[in-house]
Design a protein around this ligand. Sequence first.
Ligand code: RP5
Length: 171
Amino acid sequence: MAKSKQSATARPAVGIIMGSTSDWETMQHAAETLTTLGVPFEKEVVSAHRTPEKLYDYAKTAEKRGLNVIIAGAGGAAHLPGMTAAMTTLPVFGVPVQSKALSGMDSLLSIVQMPAGIPVPTLAIGRAGAINAALSAAAVIALGDAKVRRKLKAFRDKQTATVMEAELPES
Ligand code: RP5
């Protein structure tokens, strides 16, 4: 039987992880963006606090399993991206999830303020960060994948056309 172009079983190049199922509302935007760009990905709940051994296994096997980039989203005392980055040399992009208590400022500062030596390139709080993390991951994949490079360019061109064609309502 012929396989579809973007097979559901294509080997994931990007891993999207998040600290809780409650983060999916935000992180689904990263998944949607990767789907649009034709980048195969996997998604998983992995908590630095609640499942530290699962995190260890995930980060330690990520490269061997063929991942090129990890996108890690978490909220509050958000250790997931930093702890993941500590255990792999793959690029780990951090997405601060908007928290209830501090609107995501806690998430942002816990992710972005890594001491020198273990980088976590950190995106904006919430949906914008999730989308931009996926675009950044796709840009990394595009360095060695002409098809993803074309899709990324098409995404940008469409976005530009949408703004160029935008009309405001009559006042
Ligand atoms: C963090 O705690 C998660 O990343 C999530 O953003 C936050 C709240 O988790 P839940 O209480 O909703 O499971 O670990």
